[in-house]
Ligand binder design. Structure first.
Ligand SMILES: N[C@@H](CCC(=O)N[C@@H](CS)C(=O)NCC(=O)O)C(=O)O
Length: 245
């Protein structure tokens, strides 16, 4: 059984798409990132990055102690290897898939995440003039959709001529094209691919997650709101907890 430390964001959904597609049994362990669960000492042991997703595999192939993994790209590779599905190992195919995994982790996810960050920041005048940050990340995200559009030129899937973890890792962020100052029709290959991947039952199931995790804002006291805001905004390095000694 795999424990998935999860919150319903694009990075979380990459993992549940693969688990659903591969038919691997899993238990969701919610990590409420709005409440700061990702920064607890307990969670930092699994993910020193203080970010979800993370997994713990209690039954690793070949036995031995449970394996804990953070970083969604590493998790995708691990689960694909474990299941023997969606990551063809023939060298040409393997390399094609791997390059899209790394591209997603180093480009699509971070750039789209930062675009969202600065768009939210720009709404609060206290944050000052965000014009350059908005220009930079609007351009980068436009470029990112262009990269996918090139990658999908005359191709049904991103890599290896088949549906793989390359598609699964890129899909959830790619669905969030609205309110990003771009027109999806400019990227017809991406649009077609999004439509096709979005029809898969496993993808539909994983992508539908969300409402059941939402907190009732009325239940969050002003004190709790202040605690969360202090904890989550302007995060800096955490010292090694004394309890870990
Ligand atoms: N590179 C990491 C990124 C994970 C990440 O940024 N997760 C976000 C949610 S999508 C998170 O946990 N945010 C909590 C925070 O910013 O405090 C991965 O792909 O696993």
């Amino acid at each position: 059984m795999i424990d998935v430390y999860y919150w319903p964001t694009p990075n979380g959904k990459k993992v549940t798409i693969l688990l659903e597609e591969a038919g691997i049994a899993y238990t969701i362990k919610p990590v409420n990132i709005g409440r700061g669960d990702q920064l607890t000492q307990e969670f930092l042991k699994l993910s020193p990055n203080g970010r979800m997703p993370a997994i713990v595999d209690h039954e690793p192939k070949g036995g031995g102690a449970p394996i804990a993994i953070f970083e969604s790209g590493a998790i995708m590779e691990y689960l694909a290897e474990k299941s023997g599905k969606f990551w063809p190992q023939e060298p040409h195919h393997k390399a094609e898939v791997t390059q899209w995994l790394y591209w997603q982790m180093a480009n699509q996810g971070p750039k789209m995440g930062e675009q969202g960050h600065f768009r939210r920041a720009a709404q609060n005048p206290k944050n000052g003039d965000q014009t350059y940050a908005l220009l930079r990340f609007d351009n980068e995200v436009h470029r990112i959709y262009g990269v996918m559009n090139l990658g999908l030129h005359k191709k049904r899937y991103l890599a290896a001529g088949q549906y793989t973890i390359a598609d699964m890792i890129c899909y959830p962020w790619a669905t969030t094209w609205q309110n990003r100052n771009l027109e999806l029709n400019e990227f017809p290959n991406v649009k077609r691919w999004l439509d096709e991947i979005g029809e898969r039952p496993a993808v539909k199931k994983a992508m539908a997650a969300g409402p059941e995790y939402r907190e009732d804002p009325a239940g969050i006291t002003p004190e709790e709101q202040a605690r969360r805001s202090k904890l989550l905004t302007h995060q800096r390095a955490q010292a090694v907890p004394k309890e870990w000694a």
